[in-house]
Design a protein around this ligand. Structure first.
Ligand SMILES: [Zn+2]
Length: 243
């Protein structure tokens, strides 16, 4: 079997047989890769605990038809802080999950890989509740469905914007308000993130809890909506399963 090397982030693992595990890795050059890590659940495994979700690793893999086989693993960076608090772990795993859902098997996407590494690195440095929604919003943009935040999606006015409609994919004025309530402060954060000022947003110390929650809800709901629609669109062209 041909051997190749890559760097990537482990986004998911599941058990296989008595002592093996299948790991899903978002790699830099090979896209989403699923590989068998043999003996990884035995004590004294040569891979140790390096193949856990959120681990940034350098791997050497044997190329298989569907599943590759992990031959070597080295940690690229240590992520102790991300694992040390519940809120970091929860958000970090959510980031892994969404990038997993957006990635395709063996379709290289450097951009997704870099965004995931950047967001996890940010969490490792310091927990901020806006890292996850910032990633989700940027990912939606990359997918070509970035939220419209400049003017009302119904009438186009740029003043008095006070709601966000997930289905319409953007903000609304008072006259056309249908979606979630949107405060001016939350709108400001959405705009900053979507205009590429993520670092500036994450450095803001004084964002009220309520505003953070608005942004978190909007980003999560918008991403869920996008993923559901994508699944529906895909299943439309799939042949029905026999039986
Ligand atoms: Zn309007």
């Amino acid at each position: 079997m041909p051997v190749y090397r890559d760097v990537g982030v482990v986004v998911r693992t599941h058990k296989l047989g008595e002592s093996d595990r299948i790991v899903t890795i978002i790699t830099q050059d090979s896209g989403k890769v699923r590989a068998v890590a043999k003996g990884v659940r035995k004590t004294g495994s040569r891979f140790g605990s390096r193949l856990e979700p959120m681990s940034h690793v350098q791997v050497q893999l044997y190329r298989g038809r569907e599943l590759d086989i992990v031959n070597q693993v080295e940690l690229v960076e240590v992520s102790n802080n991300v694992r040390s608090s519940l809120e970091c772990t929860t958000d970090g795993l959510a980031m892994c999950e969404v990038v997993d859902q957006l990635s395709h098997d063996r379709v290289p996407n450097k951009h997704l890989y870099r965004m995931l590494v950047g967001a996890l690195r940010q969490l490792e440095k310091q927990y901020a509740p806006l890292v996850l929604p910032a990633l989700q919003l940027r990912l939606l943009e990359v997918e070509g469905v970035g939220p419209l935040v400049d003017s009302c999606v119904v009438c186009g006015t740029a003043t008095g914007l006070c709601a966000f409609d997930i289905a319409a994919g953007g903000v609304q004025c008072a006259a056309h308000k249908r979606g979630l309530t949107l405060s001016p402060a939350a709108l400001d954060i959405l705009r900053a993130v979507l205009n590429g000022r993520v670092a500036e947003v994450l450095n803001r110390q004084d964002v009220p809890e309520l505003v953070v929650r608005e942004v978190v809800t909007i980003a999560r709901s918008a991403m869920e909506h996008h993923l559901e629609r994508r699944i529906r669109a895909t299943s439309l062209f799939e042949a029905p399963q026999a039986g």
